[in-house]
Write a protein that binds this ligand. Structure first.
Ligand code: CTP
Length: 412
């Protein structure tokens, strides 16, 4: 089962204009339905040359509309009725010609007509452009895109890459899952708009020699979910990640590191330029005092070799160092406490020891690598549990809690 994205119960009008990328629209409709949304497909005549109504009806589970002369909707007013019940209209693919029609307020076909007739304050319009790179770069297209944005439309992408025409460049429609996630992000409250957020995530790897090292079971999922949730909430996010195989959340700037010292060296210069610092990383407490340049070989025979001595030294505490920056350079700091017992007591002790305004406790061994978790927020006001949920849902709640505390601090 995929994690809840916040699209359940949403009603989306999915518009298709003409373009090869129509093949991705079928997958997009499936992804939206799978995420719990209802999808009403509206196609232009040109789209019908690239994908059939039957396919789109099958994947959306609803009859497809493609004509303003269709008498099926109540009162026969498809261009009015369809947008009245929609939470958003997403046009994917949005061709150069379709964007030009929107920019001029034309309404010759049902899809353009319903975009024009939608209540702009209640029914947002999102466009996923798809076209050849020269068409995208053309001043006329750029002018039209700027115009539709000025008129309130949100443009998703386009992406960069190889194109159906054989060329490579800007103009590819985003992939179905990217569009699904962008739509989910669109609906999130922008409670961190204008803020900058720095996040550490994942484990660290402390090399013993070129093939061995000390690490831990942290999957990085909570930190990546938090970076994603902060970006969805409108923040500019920098994510400093230890060694994990997770995709970078959309819009997040990622810096990969291996060791705790590298994470420290990456974070400290960045911290003063950020409003909020959230330390979710499970930084190794100790590292080998010396990393051997060559692989350590067994000394002695098989079964009775002498283990090499392993001298450890403590890693620098990144969170404590950021929290100790002078007030003018110090972001608002959030620590995580991964504990195996006595969560509330250990989390409160860390609040004091690290000198931070908020510590988020979780029972580490039970949740490492899982998709769900439960959190305990500990601050000067007391303990506040966030009950079990998937990590994205918890991350969005935590972002809201952080935003509330930031706002209260500024009004204090
Ligand atoms: N942390 C950090 N740098 C370190 C160690 C921890 O930034 N060298 C941060 C973690 O990212 C987390 C918080 O400090 O936000 C608490 O980490 P945790 O491992 O739970 O606690 P420790 O300080 O390591 O203490 P202990 O291992 O004794 O529980």
């Amino acid at each position: 089962m995929t994690a809840p994205l916040g699209l359940a119960g949403r009603h989306i009008v999915l518009g298709l204009s003409g373009g090869v990328a129509c093949y991705k629209a079928a997958e997009l409709a499936r992804e939206l339905v799978r995420a719990g949304a209802t999808v009403q497909v509206v196609m232009t005549e040109a789209a019908g040359h690239f994908i059939t109504r039957a396919t789109m009806q099958a994947v959306s589970g609803r009859p497809v509309f493609d004509s303003q002369w269709d008498s099926t909707p109540p009162a026969g007013m498809a261009h009015i009725d369809l947008s009245r019940e929609a939470d958003a209209i997403l046009v994917a693919p949005a061709s150069a010609d379709f964007i030009a029609q929107l920019a001029q307020g034309r309404a010759a076909e049902l899809l353009a007509l319903l975009c024009l007739a939608r209540p702009v304050d209640r029914c947002p319009l999102l466009l996923a452009p798809a076209m050849n790179r020269e068409m995208w770069a053309h001043p006329a297209t750029q002018r039209n895109v700027a115009q539709v944005q000025a008129d309130g439309a949100t443009v998703l992408g386009p992406g960069v890459g190889s194109q159906a025409c054989g060329e490579t460049g800007d103009g590819r429609m985003l992939e179905a899952t990217e569009l699904r996630d962008a739509l989910a992000a669109f609906f999130q409250p922008k409670c961190l708009a204008g803020r900058t957020v720095l996040v550490t995530a994942g484990p660290t790897f402390e090399a013993i020699d070129p093939v061995r090292g000390i690490t831990n079971h942290s999957s990085g999922k909570m930190g990546f979910a938090l970076a994603r949730a902060a970006a969805e909430a409108g923040a500019r996010v920098t994510l400093v990640a230890g060694p994990v195989h997770l995709p970078t959340p959309a819009g997040v700037q990622r810096i990969d590191v291996q060791s705790g010292q590298q994470m420290f060296d990456a974070v400290l210069p960045l911290a003063p330029a950020h409003d909020i610092f959230v330390a979710t990383a499970a930084v190794a407490d100790w590292r080998p005092a010396h990393t051997q340049v060559q692989k350590i070989k067994k000394q002695g025979g098989t079964g009775d070799s002498v283990p090499p001595p392993l001298m450890l030294v403590e890693n620098p505490d990144i969170l404590a160092a950021v929290a100790a920056l002078p007030p003018a350079q110090r972001p608002w700091c959030v620590g995580f406490a991964a504990e195996s017992e006595n969560l509330a007591a250990h989390a409160r002790a860390k609040l004091v020891r690290k000198g931070v305004p908020l510590v988020v406790g979780n029972l580490g061994p039970a949740t490492f690598g899982r998709d769900d978790n439960s959190l305990l927020l500990v601050d000067a006001a007391g303990d506040h549990p966030l009950p079990p949920a998937d990590k994205l849902t918890l991350a969005r709640q935590l972002v809201q809690e952080i935003a509330t505390r930031m706002a209260a601090r500024e009004f204090a």
